[in-house]
Ligand binder design. Structure first.
Ligand SMILES: Nc1ncnc2c1ncn2[C@@H]1O[C@H](COP(=O)(O)OP(=O)(O)OP(=O)(O)O)[C@@H](O)[C@H]1O
Length: 936
């Protein structure tokens, strides 16, 4: 975990930087003194005869430099430079943050060792005169004392060893790494063509090309120059704190205060307990269950402080016993949880489960015996609590108008227990009673859980090491590339590499699995292009992924300031920026991914973001959910045109209704001579502004009991969501495909948008026809490359990490955007749906789910389903109609022959089999013969 932001603003940080700055200035002063040094000046070891000081730095400068030369001889020349440069290096590389007393002492020790070795070597190897000791007093004394013992050769070896060791300790550089870097530099240098471009230092080359982008959102950290990677720019390390959208809550402030800079300098690896469930799903589940029941283990509330308790738990003390931390189960402080009937009634007393297990068995038994003695007391307490609970239930039941006594049928199977109806059970123990009518215009973000921000658990040196490993492994595969930028995101880190001229990006893509194995990553994804940069990207999973929460995304500037008509938040991109798309422009979306990859959570994210921005008068939903449990939570919200459809036969009717509605809307547009829904609504508004209204021009007296036509109103948008449309395809294959094709081809202009999701990314479900009409697609993780190609027409989804990790292909582009989907719990979805339910009731249109009269007639006649080889009795007539008019659409036949859609579609299929019309291409069929009716 990196705490750079908080450290960066601490007083200690400023103080250390100030001191280092002063030292650097002093070093600069000494450089001036060194450059104008004259042996004729009076100083520490000499007294000059001339009164005037020659040295530009005055008497002090002359004195200090002389001191250096006297004590350290020729090595003294280095000191002014070291004193000036070292602090600058520490400030620039932000190493101040990791400077502790231990590190400082270690480095000073290294420095002293280095000086000892270097002065000894100088004294031994360079010329000494009576007026000038090449190793100064220090080196001279060392050689003088050691010479009788070790001889010249011994001192030489000893001096070299001290110098090298001292350098390593002092600089913190790894000797082996330096050698490897040197080797790499030599080999790369040789293979690099001597172009003027390459002659430039890497850092400059990169800075020039991407300066503007980086200025916008990256915090570049200049690196120590140890190899080519020195020009690597790392950004995103401070994402968590930088994220202005991340809410700050009391918990965070507490942690911020409690954070001890001194103790935590070494980039602590402690994460906030319960924040990250990626590696602790069980704990998450346990917490969830506890929260559900209104009880919350104390350790969840205590967060990080519990780490210490946990450590204590496993450490045995003097008394040779293991302390189990006291765990209290207490009612949640979360006000929402008090909706629980028991806690609402105040019945749940804090139950303490405490224990101290002695390692010695006898002690344990003694404790058990003692506790058994207390049994009677416990039983009494339990009975008391039961009575209190029962009372609470009665109160609750009374409040909700349920009579528990009305249905006290004692269960035969479980004597002593009563059977109550499912509604009563839900009402009695349901988490949420119907909320009161909200006063705000739109749902509040407080309905969504707030989460403290998480931090990136990776250090700069780890990133540099991985960069080097990537370069090295690529070189093993004969790919010469240099890491230029590193972008640390919430879930993955992207290493952006510059390929040597002539190396194809596809070469890296083709070895991605081998590379992942060689680098020991679960999977890596190669982005062959990075918009705006001449690099390729290698995306590796972070050791610890952060969760992207829906509330954070909806609370972001991007979402709040979005001018989209139908804004849908997806999650955050690779650098942690919120991603919001406009369904009105998308205009239809295909979502696919293997089971458990996060599709349903993704669909819920889209629906919730719409529910946070659009009113029922503006947007209506039709939801089709073969899985029954995924979308039924939205039943009863005022945005629904019909209850969530779970029966696939009715779902086909709903699709047909959408097509009819589309046609009706087109006719309306034509009557008003406008081209799209925006134009239509503007026109209606303009009429209203003029104080006039117009009657519905499509109304027929037979349409309703009214004698006058209804007033033409603004059209609302309709979003059709199908979660698992493979099931729909199974019921009525071709016809569904055709209906979807028609909708996706034309419905955009009349404000009908389709979101199709499936967990079967195979070509028989995501057919060419469907794909060609839905250019915007989202792929969650899939099992194999083929599936990825089926969804996106390119590889990549097979290398995703699951749990909401997705690739988004926007309409009209070929570039994939990696997005980490936002997450929300079922409870959150329930709360938002409840909120809307409390605001108003839906006006269900019953005809949406009904089959048309013709269809029913067809079904009765037996034409609903495919009739095998037998031609439809109306087949000849249909051929005549088609060949004489040249019109080959199913709805045309439906209208002309006055048959239901199913039957018309069957006839069309029969005509295709007979070679009269072509198969459907891009939603159209071609007429293959003309005026052939007589043949049939
Ligand atoms: N954005 C996310 N962040 C974190 N975890 C997620 C995210 N999305 C999904 N998950 C995790 O993955 C699990 C499966 O998600 P989900 O039910 O949406 O998958 P699915 O693709 O719809 O599966 P299925 O097709 O079987 O219904 C969730 O229970 C959740 O734990």
């Amino acid at each position: 975990m990196i705490r750079k932001i908080t450290e960066g603003f601490s007083p200690k940080h400023y103080l250390v930087e100030l001191i280092l700055g002063l030292i650097a200035v002093f070093g600069f002063y000494l450089i001036i003194a060194w450059s104008s040094y004259s042996p004729f000046d009076s100083a520490w070891s000499v007294s000059g005869y001339q009164p005037e000081i020659i040295n530009k730095a005055g008497k002090l400068g002359a004195w200090v430099v002389d001191l250096f030369f006297t004590f350290f001889g020729d090595v003294g020349h280095l000191l002014p430079f070291l004193i000036c440069i070292t602090p600058i290096y520490f400030i620039r590389t932000k190493r101040v943050d990791s400077l502790t007393w231990t590190r400082f002492s270690l480095r000073m020790f290294g420095f002293v060792t280095f000086m000892l070795g270097a002065t000894a070597l100088c004294a031994l190897l360079l010329n000494n005169t009576p007026y000038h000791l090449a190793g100064g007093v220090l080196g001279g004394s060392l050689v003088k004392h050691l010479f009788p013992v070790m001889g010249k050769f011994g001192i030489l070896l000893f001096g070299v060893a001290l110098t090298v060791l001292g350098f390593v300790f002092c600089s913190g550089a790894s000797l082996i790494r330096l050698l490897v870097a040197f080797y790499n530099w030599i080999t790369m240098q040789n293979e690099r063509p001597a172009s003027p471009e390459n002659a430039q230092p890497n850092g400059e080359e990169f800075t020039a090309s991407t300066e503007t982008e980086r200025a916008e959102n990256e915090t570049a950290i200049s690196a120590p120059a140890y190899n080519d990677s020195s020009s690597v720019h790392i950004s995103g390390l401070e994402t968590a704190q930088e994220d202005k959208t991340a809410p700050i809550n009391a918990d965070m402030l507490e942690k911020f205060d409690a954070y001890d800079l001194g103790a935590d300098q070494n980039l602590p690896h402690v994460s906030i307990a319960g924040d990250d469930y990626s590696y602790d799903d069980e704990a998450q589940d346990a917490r969830h269950v506890a929260e559900q029941s209104g009880l919350r283990p104390a350790f969840i509330q205590n967060g990080a402080s519990n780490a210490a308790e946990t450590a204590d738990m496993f450490a045995s003390d003097d008394s040779d016993s293991v302390h189990i931390p006291e765990v209290k189960l207490m009612p949640s402080t979360d006000t929402r949880q008090t909706a629980n009937p028991l806690s609402a009634a105040g019945v749940v007393e804090p139950v303490e489960v405490m224990g101290k297990i002695d390692k010695k068995p006898t002690a344990l038994f003694e404790r058990i015996e003692e506790e058994l003695d207390d049994d009677a007391e416990l039983a009494a307490q339990f009975a008391q609590q039961e009575a209190a609970r029962e009372q609470a239930r009665q109160i609750k039941a009374q409040e909700m108008g349920i009579s528990l006594a009305e249905s006290p049928t004692e269960s035969d199977a479980l004597p002593g227990l009563r059977t109550i109806s499912i509604d009563q059970a839900i009402a009695l123990f349901g988490d949420h009673k119907a909320p009161e009518k909200p006063t705000t215009d739109m749902p509040s973000l407080d309905l969504l859980d707030q989460h403290s921000s998480q931090t990136v658990n990776v250090t700069e040196s780890e990133l540099r090491a991985t960069s080097q490993r990537i370069e090295q492994r690529l070189r093993d595969f004969n790919v010469k590339a240099t890491v230029k930028d590193v972008l640390v995101g919430p879930v993955v880190t992207r290493y952006e590499l510059e390929l040597q001229p002539g190396v194809k990006a596809s070469k890296v893509t083709s070895i991605d699995t081998d590379l992942a194995r060689a680098l020991t990553f679960k999977a890596i994804r190669v982005a062959e292009t990075i918009p705006g940069k001449p690099y390729i990207g290698i995306e590796t999973p972070n050791a610890k992924r952060q969760n992207v929460y829906l509330r954070d995304v909806l609370d972001s500037e991007t979402f709040r300031n979005s001018t989209a008509l139908l804004p849908m938040a997806l999650g955050k991109d690779i650098s942690g920026k919120p991603v919001v798309i406009d369904l009105a422009r998308t205009p239809h979306l295909l979502v696919a991914g293997s089971t458990g990859s996060g599709k349903s959570v993704g669909i819920n994210t889209m629906i919730l973001s719409l529910l946070y921005r659009v009113k029922p008068e503006e947007v209506k939903f039709i939801m089709i959910d073969p899985k029954v449990v995924e979308l039924s939570v939205y039943n009863g919200i005022p945005h629904l045109l019909t209850e969530v459809v779970t029966d696939m036969k009715k779902a086909a009717n709903a699709l047909r209704w959408c097509v009819d509605e589309m046609e009706r809307r087109y006719q309306l547009l034509a009557k008003l001579r406008v081209r799209n829904i925006e134009g239509f609504n503007e026109r209606i508004d303009a009429y209203r502004a003029e104080g006039v209204v117009i009657p519905d021009p499509l109304w027929k007296p037979s349409d309703s009991m009214d004698t006058t036509p209804p007033i033409l109103e603004r059209l609302n948008y309709i979003v059709l969501i199908v979660d698992e449309f493979a099931d729909l395809m199974m019921v009525a294959g071709k016809q569904i495909e055709e209906l979807i094709a028609r909708l996706t081809q034309k419905a955009r202009a009349v404000g009908i948008h389709v979101i199709l999701a499936t967990q079967r990314p195979s070509v028989d479900v995501i057919t060419g026809l469907i794909k060609s009409n839905i250019p915007s697609r989202i792929a969650f993780t899939v099992v194999q490359r083929n599936d990825s190609r089926t969804i996106l027409d390119q590889n990549g989804a097979e290398a995703l990490l699951g749990r909401g990790d997705m690739l988004y292909l926007a309409n009209g582009t070929t570039e994939l955007m990696r997005v980490h989907g936002a997450f929300m719990t079922d409870d959150e979805v329930n709360r938002v749906a409840d909120d809307w339910r409390a605001r108003g009731k839906p006006n269900y249109i019953s005809s949406i789910l009904e089959s048309s009269e013709e269809d029913e007639a067809d079904n009765e006649e037996g034409y609903g389903a495919s009739d095998g080889d037998e031609l439809d009795p109306l087949f000849d007539k249909a051929v005549e109609v088609v060949s004489s008019t040249g019109m080959t659409s199913t709805s045309f036949i439906q209208r002309r022959l006055k048959v239901g859609f199913n039957r018309a579609a069957n006839i069309m299929e029969q005509m295709e089999q007979q070679g009269i019309v072509s198969e459907m291409r891009n939603g159209k069929r071609e007429l293959l013969v003309r005026n052939t009716s007589s043949d049939y």
